[in-house]
Design a protein around this ligand. Structure first.
Ligand code: NHR
Ligand code: GAR
Length: 210
C-alpha cells in the first residue's frame, strides 16, 4: 500500500476531504507548521499521526525547511500533499520530493498565483474563477497542472462568498488528483500532465449554477 503525508497550516478542510475519500493509500502523518492548526484535531480524532514542525522555532527558512524535510522523509511517503500549507518552500526541499508533491491552489493557474487569490479575481473582473491541483516545483504555483475546476463569479460576490464556492470544488478535485497519483496514472511531460487510465476521464470542469 502506498503512503502519503499531508502538510497543512490551518483549518484543514482539504485534508479532511482527502482523509475521507477512501484513497488507495495510507495517510502516514499530517504535519502542520502551526501548532494551533484546527486540522490537527480532526486528523488525531481519525487516528492519523500528527506532527508539528513550528516554523517559529527555527532561525531561518533553510533551518525550518530542513526540519520539515526530515520529518516528511521519516514517513517514507510516495506522495506529499500540500493542503492549505502557507509557507514558501525552498528549492532544496522541492527537489527532494520532486515529482511526488502536489498542491491545491485557489485560482485557475496561471492566473493569480500567490496569496489573496479571491480578492485578485474580483479586482480583475474575471467571470470564471476556480482552483488548480499542480505538481510543486521551485517556482511558486507554476508546476504541471493535474486538474482544474471552474466556478462562475457573481456580481454580488465578496472574497468570502467566492472562496466558499471555490472551496467546494477543491474538495472534489484534490481527492481525484491524489487518487490518480496513487494509482500511478499521472505522467508528467514538461508542463503537461497526461492521464493513463481505463475508461472515460471524468469532467474536470463544473459550473455549480442553477
Ligand atoms: N513552494 C514552492 N517552492 N512552490 C510552490 O508551488 C508552493 C510552495 C509552497 C507553498 C502553496 C501556496 C499556494 O498554493 C505553496 C506552493 C504560501 C505563500 C506565501 O507567500 C504563497 C503560496 C502558497 C503558500 N507565504 C508566505 C511566506 O513568506 C507566508 C504567508 C503566511 O504565513 O500567511 O512563505 O499559493
Ligand atoms: C484552501 O482554499 C487552499 O486552496 C488555500 O487555502 C485554503 C486552505 O483551506 N491555499 C492557499 O491559499 C495556499 N496559498 P483548508 O485548510 O480548509 O484546506
Amino acid at each position: 500500500m502506498k503512503n502519503y503525508v499531508i502538510i497543512i497550516s490551518g483549518r484543514g478542510s482539504n485534508m479532511e476531504a482527502l482523509l475521507t475519500a477512501n484513497l488507495p493509500g495510507r495517510c502516514a502523518a499530517v504535519i502542520s507548521n502551526r501548532p494551533a492548526a484546527a486540522g490537527l484535531v480532526y486528523a488525531a480524532r481519525q487516528g492519523v499521526a500528527t506532527v508539528v514542525v513550528d516554523h517559529k522555532a527555527y532561525p531561518d527558512r533553510a533551518a525550518f525547511d530542513a526540519a520539515l524535510a526530515a520529518e516528511v522523509e521519516r514517513h517514507q511517503p510516495d506522495l506529499v500533499l500540500l493542503a492549505g500549507f502557507m509557507r514558501i518552500l525552498s528549492p532544496a526541499f522541492v527537489r527532494r520530493f520532486a515529482g511526488r508533491m502536489l498542491n491545491i491552489h485557489p485560482s485557475l493557474l496561471p492566473a493569480f498565483p500567490g496569496l489573496r487569490t479571491h480578492a485578485q479575481a474580483l479586482e480583475n473582473g474575471v467571470r470564471l474563477h476556480g482552483c488548480t491541483v499542480h505538481f510543486v516545483t521551485p517556482d511558486l504555483d507554476t508546476g504541471p497542472i493535474v486538474i482544474q475546476a471552474a466556478v462562475p463569479v457573481l456580481d454580488d460576490d465578496t472574497p468570502e462568498s467566492l472562496a466558499a464556492r471555490v472551496l467546494a470544488e477543491e474538495h472534489r478535485i484534490y481527492p481525484q488528483a491524489a487518487r490518480w497519483f496513487l494509482e500511478g496514472c499521472l505522467h508528467v511531460d514538461g508542463l503537461c500532465v497526461r492521464l493513463s487510465r481505463p475508461g472515460p476521464i471524468p469532467a474536470a470542469l463544473s459550473f455549480p449554477v442553477g
